[in-house]
Design a protein around this ligand. Structure first.
Ligand code: ATP
Ligand code: MG
Length: 405
């Protein structure tokens, strides 16, 4: 069908007043961003719903984008027709023929804001219903829980007809909750945590620690490419690469093995917090899951979290690995996450990290190092790259390597 517009209904309708305005404004901005390569499309936000006028753009393509926009509860593609009974009936029939499958029930649901239209809602419901029964076999009406609701809206300018109610991903428009730093590795968990943070309206910027020459360009490219997949949910994500080799080398050289991991993590968190302050973020997110590995026991969290009072939010804290993997598959990050490019943690991971590090020991060992100097030097090496939906980095690198050969 040649749909002419899409009607979007908002999620979390409890939001009122100024919050509601912000919600709608952000949502309109985010929809505009993800549809920016469709210049013909018009976006009209209103207080109760949003209309997207397609002006010839393909609904199927727009649909793929809208499915990933947080704050959309449901949406329906519709066809605009002139205000004559014939036009309404013929379009209703065409839509039903496309949507209907044997055994499905339906009802016609008419609304009008033009109260001067020659037919009222009851008349339209029954006339269009009769017309459909006359022209289709196997139809069954059902008022309470129909499979298909054929919606007819009589507005001032025209009549709008739709037969599908599609589910958006819900959540809050990205940006409504403010900005935070996301600690992104190349693993399975932190991309899922990123998705969940954005789902609650948080605008994230990725903080990624890398350790050349111990980690390869590919590991960095993988984290960037994961960011590209996640950018589908918001249009753009800034990727902040932080050099971490000097810190890791120093810790390995100077501190007892049992505390390598704890102190490394304390540095990561301090750096993430420094970057957060510079970029005026409100919180830090990471992909830790309670008890998953030595660095993620509650005792470890106590010994690591000690370096800041900034909220550290762990969206996957209580999820099982299988639950996290399921979500990773759904959001499209899993296949890339399991690619075997070592990140900076694996390289300097001690064979037996303490599962119950002591806070006072962690502080004491860390104090033996030039913490401020190490952090400042890492901060000067930071590189920030804006990353857009589905940008590729790994194969680009492979292609570049090829050229060098
Ligand atoms: P993930 O699957 O997210 O890598 P993980 O189960 O492998 O998590 P760890 O490697 O211990 O666990 O990392 C725990 C969390 O610490 C990660 O989810 C991420 O938020 C953060 N983190 C780990 N390594 C890095 C890194 N190189 N850069 C930025 N953050 C990191
Ligand atoms: Mg990891």
């Amino acid at each position: 069908m040649k749909y002419t517009e899409v009607m979007i209904r908002y999620g979390e309708l409890s939001t009122k007043g100024k919050n509601r305005k912000d919600f709608i404004g952000r949502l309109a901005g985010n929809v505009t961003k993800v549809l920016k390569d469709f210049p013909e499309v018009e976006i009209h936000p209103r207080h109760d719903r949003m209309h997207i006028v397609l002006n010839g753009a393909s609904f199927d393509k727009i649909d793929k984008r809208l499915r990933k926009v947080f704050g959309i509860q449901t949406y329906s593609p519709a066809i605009k027709v002139p205000k004559t009974l014939t036009d309404i009936e013929e379009t209703a029939l065409a839509l039903m023929q496309e949507t209907f499958k044997t055994g499905m029930t339906f009802k016609v649901n008419t609304k009008r804001s033009d109260h001067h239209f020659e037919y009222d809602t009851n008349q339209l419901n029954s006339m269009v219903g009769d017309y459909l029964f006359d022209h289709m076999d196997g139809l069954k009406a059902e008022m309470k829980h129909p499979d298909i609701v054929l919606r007819i809206e009589v507005r001032q300018d025209a009549v709008y007809i739709s037969s599908q109610l599609l589910h958006g991903i819900g959540g809050m428009p990205v940006g409504t909750a403010g900005k935070a730093m996301m600690m992104l590795s190349g693993g399975i968990d932190s991309p899922v945590a990123s998705y969940l943070a954005m789902k609650r309206g948080v605008e994230i910027e990725m903080v990624h620690f890398f350790s050349p020459p111990y980690t390869t360009e590919k590991a960095l490219a993988k984290a960037k490419e994961l960011t590209g997949i996640l950018a589908n949910y918001c249009g753009k994500i800034n990727f902040i690469a932080v050099p971490f080799a000097e810190i890791q080398e120093t810790i390995k050289e100077k501190l007892p093995e049992g505390y390598l991991m704890t102190v490394q993590r304390r540095f990561m968190l301090q750096l993430a917090d420094r970057i957060r302050a510079q970029r005026v973020g409100l919180a830090i997110f990471n992909g830790e899951s309670v008890g998953q590995v030595a660095s993620q026991t509650l005792q470890s969290m106590v010994a690591i979290n000690d370096v800041t009072t900034t909220p550290v939010i762990r969206p996957v804290a209580t999820m099982d690995k299988t639950e996290i993997i399921k979500l990773a598959e759904e959001i499209g990050t899993f296949d890339l996450s399991i690619q075997p490019f070592e990140d900076c943690c694996t390289i300097f991971a001690p064979p037996r990290p303490k599962t119950k590090p002591k806070l006072d020991k962690a502080r004491e060992y860390e104090a033996r190092l030039d913490v401020e100097g190490l952090i400042e030097r890492a901060m000067t090496g930071i590189e920030i790259t804006p990353i857009y939906p589905n940008e590729k980095f790994i194969n680009d690198q492979a292609a570049a390597d090829q050229e060098l050969l």
